[in-house]
Write a protein that binds this ligand. Structure first.
Ligand SMILES: Nc1ncnc2c1ncn2[C@@H]1O[C@H](COP(=O)(O)OP(=O)(O)OP(=O)(O)O)[C@@H](O)[C@H]1O
Length: 500
């Protein structure tokens, strides 16, 4: 027999045997063998998809996450309600999904779409899967349009573009949430939809955020997705993916969307807890090996879509809490390398009352500069340089060094720039006012104003510039060329009673 003949004979034999073999019917039910805090093990399923929703006897649900030949590790998504070994578990053949669409605007929901705001069920029949691949390269366009935060120090020195991922990072109680909420507030009237995703926070903290958004009159354009600290870790694990699915539904409809994840440190901890319960090998800081992928696949979904793909955008502001300002811990370094820059909030500045406590030297925006308004770019360049020189000079002057007149002048001007960058919470400033104010302070218009008088003087200047009519043109994208620059500076000088 030739070699080909042997191969054919073998092939025929295999075919006829497999035709005679009994067809394996897929068992749709399994039996719970073990229940841990947040995870249940089920045996008896012959087919289960990854991320499939599993329904337990008694009404609890879970997510099939750990698939092995012998058993399936299921992450519980709600209270196990007395779930015990021996109980039945059923496949649903559905992956985890959330309601999507306009009916969600103004609502507070959990990551499964259940309402938490006592306003009844969410009136939509549209749903979207919680996990979805990120948009393909060919669907994406460069970041080219600014997303104004209304915060001077951010818009001028760490600008954010639509479709960008900018990390907000800092120790606890340094104003991280405040920066994110101010950015949401500043989207009032711009048509940008905001999604705020609270992960592992206390219920009262989330209620405070909702109250602040409602007070500012922006809640009707926001969706709040929350999985509180007392919820099962499985629910906290899917929360940012569910919030992103909601945000994506608006982006796919051609809208600009802003999403805040508050915060991903707690998200990583919830995933670590689940992974340890499922006996996955712990790595650095006991996190599992796929912890980078956990956040990379989430943030990769933020983008600016091309016009042919609808032209919508998803801008992501993930928040990370550091401990003792340690930026080189595992989760912070991962997030720093995934995102397009970071806004670093310093506890030292916070204690000194320099609010928002953005440390300009340690903050960066890798793509937002290209999206900045031309007039802002003209002001921000010299401002950044002058501020960096001032900080260096100030550190030098602290040693009691004798300074020449020029250096002393530079120091005094720097102090006024720093004062001009201070801003209260919930007081976003329109972009043209920011430009006028920062131009005036870098050009020395405030040099004769005392530090204590800066706040009042700044208000005079912005009012005066508003009256010139230049503000509207700048906001519309007009450059800051000679005549416009001179008009702004003379209005500012006149407002402070200086010779023009
Ligand atoms: N620009 C600001 N002006 C005045 N107060 C501010 C400013 N930014 C933040 N704060 C105040 O600082 C406190 C801490 O702010 P916030 O809760 O935003 O910090 P956080 O870093 O998110 O805290 P946590 O670690 O609890 O998440 C709050 O009381 C807030 O009102």
């Amino acid at each position: 027999m030739t070699l080909q003949g042997i191969a054919d004979a073998l092939f025929d034999e295999i075919e006829s045997r497999s035709a005679r073999a009994p067809r394996l019917s897929s068992l749709e039910r399994g039996t719970v063998t073990r229940v841990l805090r947040g995870v249940a093990y089920v045996e008896g399923f012959t087919e289960v998809s990854s991320n499939e929703i599993i329904a337990f006897e008694g009404g609890a649900t879970g997510l099939a996450l750990d698939l092995t030949l012998k058993q399936v590790g299921i992450v519980l998504l709600d209270d196990p309600r007395g779930l015990r070994p021996g109980d039945h578990a059923m496949r649903t053949k559905r992956v985890a999904s959330v309601p999507t669409g306009n009916a969600l605007l103004g609502r507070v929901i959990n990551p499964l779409g259940r309402p938490l705001d006592e306003r009844g069920p969410v009136a939509t029949d549209r749903t979207g899967p919680v996990e979805r691949p990120a948009p393909a390269i060919m669907e994406r366009a460069p970041v080219a349009r600014p997303l104004q935060t209304g915060i001077k120090v951010v818009d001028a020195l760490v600008p954010i573009g639509r479709g960008q991922r900018e990390l907000i990072i800092g120790d606890r109680q340094t104003g991280k949430t405040a920066v994110a909420l101010d950015t949401i507030r500043n989207q009032a009237g711009t048509g940008v939809v905001s999604v705020y995703c609270a992960i592992g926070q206390r219920g009262d903290a989330v209620a405070r955020v909702v109250a602040r958004l409602s007070e500012s009159g922006v809640m009707h354009n926001c969706v709040v997705v929350t999985a509180a600290a007392e919820e099962p870790p499985g629910l906290q694990y899917i929360a940012p993916y569910a919030a992103t699915a909601i945000a994506e539904s608006f982006m796919r409809a051609g809208r600009d969307v802003l999403i805040v994840y508050d915060d991903l440190t707690r998200h990583a901890r919830a995933y670590r807890e689940l992974s340890l319960l499922m006996r996955r090998p712990p790595g650095r800081e006991a996190y599992p090996g796929d912890i980078f992928y956990l956040h990379a696949r989430l943030l990769e979904r933020a983008t600016q879509l091309r016009d042919s793909a609808g032209g919508g955008s998803l801008t992501a502001l993930p928040i990370i809490e550091t401990q003792a300002q340690n930026l080189s811990a595992y989760i912070p370094t991962n997030l720093i390398s995934i995102t397009d820059g970071q806004i670093y909030l310093s506890p030292t500045l916070f204690r000194r009352g320099q609010l928002p406590a953005v440390d300009v030297g340690r903050s960066v925006s890798r793509v937002g500069g290209k999206a900045q308004l031309p007039a802002f770019r003209a002001v921000a360049g010299p401002l950044k340089l002058a501020y960096a020189q001032f900080e260096e000079l100030e550190a030098f002057a602290r040693f009691g060094a004798r300074l020449d007149d020029d250096s002393r002048r530079q120091l005094e001007r720097g102090r006024r720039v720093r004062e001009a960058l201070k801003q209260n919470e919930a007081a976003p400033l329109p972009v043209a006012h920011q430009i006028a104010l920062l131009l005036a302070v870098t050009e020395g218009v405030f040099d004769s104003v005392s530090i204590d008088g800066m706040e009042a003087a700044a208000a005079h200047v912005t009012n005066a510039v508003n009256a010139t009519g230049e503000a509207g043109e700048i906001a519309a994208g007009a450059p800051l060329e000679g005549a416009r620059r001179a008009a702004i500076l003379s209005a500012a000088r006149a407002a402070l009673g200086q010779e023009v």
